[in-house]
Structure formats: C-alpha cells, structure tokens
Design a protein around this ligand. Structure first.
Ligand code: C5P
Length: 286
C-alpha cells in the first residue's frame, strides 16, 4: 500500500501558557501543502517493524516516528501484520518545522487502519497519534485547522485559497525543547491575530491571511538566526510575496504568492544561497 504524507505550515503560532505536565498550551492555524513524503507499507516475512528511507542519516529503527506509530497501532487495535516493512521516500525537509516526521506517523496510522480493517474513528486515530507526537493528531486530519491545547484540540477551518508557496530551509537547526524553553509566556510582545486569520479564511481572502502570518518563536530566536530568517522573508517580499513567516519551531520560512512568476523569482534567488528551496501549493481536503 502506498500513501502520501503531506507537509504542514503554521499560518499562525501562539504559545499561551506553560502547563503542569511540561508541555505548552498552543493556538495555531495549520495548513497542509502539496509537498509530501511517500510511504509504502508491506507485510514482511520477518516479524517486527523495519523502516527504510532514502536519507541515510534518519533513524531506521524503533526511534523513527513511523515505527513508533505502527507499534502503538498494533497494541491499541490488537491487529496488524506480525512483520511490517515501512519504506519512506522523504521530500519534506527534515527537522524543519514542517511536521514531516509527524505526517509520516499519521500516514502509517491511517494506512494500518485501512489495511487491517480495524475501523478506528479519526478521533481514535488522533488520540493514538498524540502519544507519538503533539503534531500527529493534526496530521491525521490534515487540511486547514485550528489546533489548540498541546496541538490535539482540532477545529477544521475553510481552506487557504489556492496560491503559490515558496519554502526555504536555512542550514541551522534549533531543537524544539530549546526553543520552547526560550519562550516566556508572560513576556511575549506580539501575538498573532488568530481571529483575523480565521475571518480572512472564511472570506476566502488570501491577502488578509498573508498579511497576518505570525509565529511567536521568531521573536525568541538567537539574534544571528533571527537575522537570517528576516533576510529570507525580505527576499520573498521583494519578489511579491503577500506575506512570509517561519513555520513551527523552524527553521523553514515560507512565503505566500498570488503569482507564479514572483514565486519562481524568489525560489531562483534563494537557491543561490540555500540548497533546500521548494515551490508548492496548499493541499486542501475536497
Ligand atoms: O510532542 P512532541 O514530541 O512533538 O514535543 C516535542 C517537545 O516540544 C516537547 O518535549 C516539549 O518540550 C515541546 N512541546 C511543548 N508543548 C507542546 C508541544 C511540544 O512544550 N504543545
């Protein structure tokens, strides 16, 4: 069985408070993009779960989120092949704030549910996914959604109007727990206009969404990294992006464009400096 695991972007990301359990309550608007990994699942003669990917540096053992998801599915549903080979062809940049690992895990949950006929509801799959990672419940659902709580309280939203999206991943990476530890919820100077983005989505107003893209993590990045993010956004804006922001805990920056030409120009300019630059579009559930 072959399935697609789509990347995600955060149109907005707000951190509301630190919780007793060490996680944070978030409020973020998520959007799937066409850029996707391809996952192939095959029953295997040997028992256990084997993962192979086209990227040699990724964990191919039980630490891979896709393998963890398969294991959790098997124990929760009491079903699943004894031996399972999971092949992942990665296209979504890794450790990039685009939910690549979470999306692969969510795709495995959906595929195993179908393959085994276990008949778990999307809510049950999302609950199972939450134990794999905070973004997995959203990835089970996909499309456009408001994610709250740890990321598991999901409200579907009208889709982002069709547009061109340029993605650029700088070379630095910053760990998710480290970035969360830099956030002091009482001192966040500027927060996204989440309600304004929802109203713009409801009105089908691409410019209204793009003008309000905002991620509170951009404000707590080390200065040098913040400068690089700003420079990428400025390049995109100089080519006609309607708006640009960092996705998730970064470092991927994305820009929304109404015109193909501007998006291509931005991608071409950014490729002079960066090796991971992609052109994509929103992926919306029909
Ligand atoms: O759930 P996940 O493994 O993706 O989270 C990675 C880390 O991100 C957590 O260990 C935590 O430090 C931070 N996190 C958080 N609040 C969330 C989601 C993640 O503090 N809602």
């Amino acid at each position: 069985m072959e399935i697609s695991a789509h990347g995600k972007l955060n149109l907005t990301l707000d951190v509301l408070r630190r919780r007793e359990d060490g996680y944070h309550d978030l409020r973020m608007i998520m959007q799937s993009v066409e850029l996707c990994d391809t996952i192939t699942l095959q029953p295997a003669a040997e028992s256990g779960i084997q993962v192979t990917t086209n990227l040699s540096f990724l964990p191919a053992d039980g630490r891979n989120l896709a393998a963890i998801a398969a294991e959790r599915f098997r124990s929760a549903a009491g079903k699943g092949p004894e031996g399972l080979a999971i092949q992942i062809y990665k296209r979504i940049p890794v450790c990039a704030g685009m939910g690549g690992g979470s999306s692969d895990a969510a795709a495995v949950l959906r595929a195993l549910n179908e393959l085994t006929g276990a008949g778990l509801s999307p809510e049950e799959l999302a609950r199972l996914g939450q134990s794999v990672g905070s973004d997995v419940p959203y990835c089970v659902l996909g499309g456009t959604a408001l994610a709250e709580g740890r990321g598991e309280v999901l409200t579907p939203l009208p889709p982002l109007p069709d547009c061109r999206i340029v993605l650029c991943k700088p070379r630095f990476s910053i760990s998710t727990p480290e970035l969360f530890s830099r956030i002091c919820c009482g001192k966040i100077r500027c927060r996204p206009d989440t309600a304004g983005v929802i109203a713009a989505l409801e009105a089908g107003d691409l410019t209204g969404v793009a003008r309000r893209l905002y991620n509170v993590f951009e404000d707590v990045l080390p200065v040098r990294l913040a400068g690089e993010i700003t420079a990428i956004k400025q390049t995109m804006q100089g080519c006609g992006a309607l708006g640009a922001a960092m996705s998730g805990t970064g470092p991927t920056v994305f820009g929304l464009f109404a015109r193909e030409r501007g998006a291509e120009q931005a991608a071409e300019l950014l490729r002079r400096t960066y090796s991971e630059v992609f052109l994509t579009r929103p992926y919306n559930l029909v």
